[in-house]
Design a protein around this ligand. Structure first.
Ligand code: DP6
Length: 325
């Protein structure tokens, strides 16, 4: 039995589309920042007494569709370890699940570490990242802390599609504020949403191609601690991804009225000389990137947005780790 803790990450350059569905290989790379404070804690126990895998998320047994995904994922570890026993997974998030707060990133990262450790496998972080990616693309990045790049790789077997750290969590103490506009679970998950987009959007190939061009620019901007460039590129990638989603058939709209309200508030702040930038994933929540000196004015502006239900204040956070029993 082992327990692992992982933090979610938010993409600065987004991943939205796969080149291989079975191995879950992304069509293009992506760059993210892992955050502190938000956690998924997962315990995995392989036991001879179990007839099938079971999983509990936030105290509720997971449904058959999710269970199939988890079972397939656990099979990867069983195969490596030569193991037949079934497992019980107990997992909880200290933040709203499946509402666009990247719960699958921390979820599959924590599960990878807990499952491998409970089977006595001592996998290096990049091996773990490769396996975590097969559970959920964004999870490959949450194996590492700070600023991270998931490389698409060239190999057909996906072995080189792994995350690599760009800079650790102490490199740049930016503020990442998460403005929650709804606690409802999203109706179309990321996997289904990106598959619909890649199958139907006439803009999809341009999205993938332009993301490839954004990656070296974002990497360089992070390394140079160029806040304006990071913010500008982050918004560009976010709006481009949502533009591509909108052009799917039927179009995918993850935003609500609160999402737009916050976008306007962030733009107003910039017009007033306070540098802050937004990003949005497959849900209505908005993440705002700012520097410490601007944090209080951004918080005041968010307080003035009637649709903001809660604000979570985070910073770059650590890699996934095992909890000592
Ligand atoms: C919008 O990693 O959840 O958050 O690999 O199908 O599990 P799967 O997708 P997932 O997608 C994340 C999409 C995103 C952008 C990002 O995190 O890069």
């Amino acid at each position: 039995m082992a327990t692992a803790i992982a933090h979610p990450n938010f993409a600065l350059i987004k991943y939205w589309g796969k080149s291989n569905h079975l191995l879950n290989i992304p069509a293009a790379g992506s760059i993210s920042v892992t955050v502190d404070k938000l956690t998924t804690e997962t315990t995995v126990d392989f036991s001879a007494g179990l007839e099938r895998d079971v999983a509990w998320l936030n105290g509720k047994q997971v449904n058959d569709k999710e269970m199939f995904r988890l079972q397939t994922f656990l099979n990867i570890f069983r195969k490596i370890a030569g193991e037949n026993r079934r497992a019980e997974i107990i997992s909880s998030n200290n933040f709203p699940t499946a509402a666009g707060i990247a719960s699958s990133s921390s979820g599959f990262a924590a599960l990878s570490l807990a499952a491998s450790s409970s089977l006595g496998l001592r996998l290096a972080p990049d091996e773990l990242s490769e396996i975590a990616r097969r559970g959920s693309g964004s999870a490959a990045r949450s194996i590492f802390g700070g600023f991270v790049e998931l490389v698409a790789g060239d190999r057909a077997d996906g072995r080189d599609s792994i995350a690599k750290p760009i800079a650790d969590e102490n490199f740049w103490p930016l503020s990442i504020l998460i403005a929650i506009t709804s606690f409802e679970s999203k109706k179309i998950g990321s996997t289904d949403g990106m598959n619909l987009t890649s199958e139907t959007s006439p803009y999809y190939s341009a999205w993938v191609e332009s993301t490839r061009q954004d990656l070296p620019q974002m990497r360089a901007a992070i390394e140079a601690r160029n806040f304006t460039k990071v913010g500008e590129l982050m918004e560009f990638s976010c709006l481009k991804m949502h533009g591509t989603m909108l052009s799917a058939r039927p179009g995918l709209i993850y935003w609500n009225a609160g999402t737009l309200e916050i976008i306007e508030a962030v733009k107003d702040l910039r017009n007033q000389g306070h540098e802050a930038y937004f990003t949005i994933d497959a849900g209505p929540q908005v993440k705002i990137l700012c520097q410490e000196k601007t944090k209080s004015v951004v918080l005041d502006a968010l307080d003035g947005c009637p649709h903001v239900a809660e604000i979570i204040s985070t910073r770059p956070g650590p890699a996934a780790y095992l909890k000592e029993s």
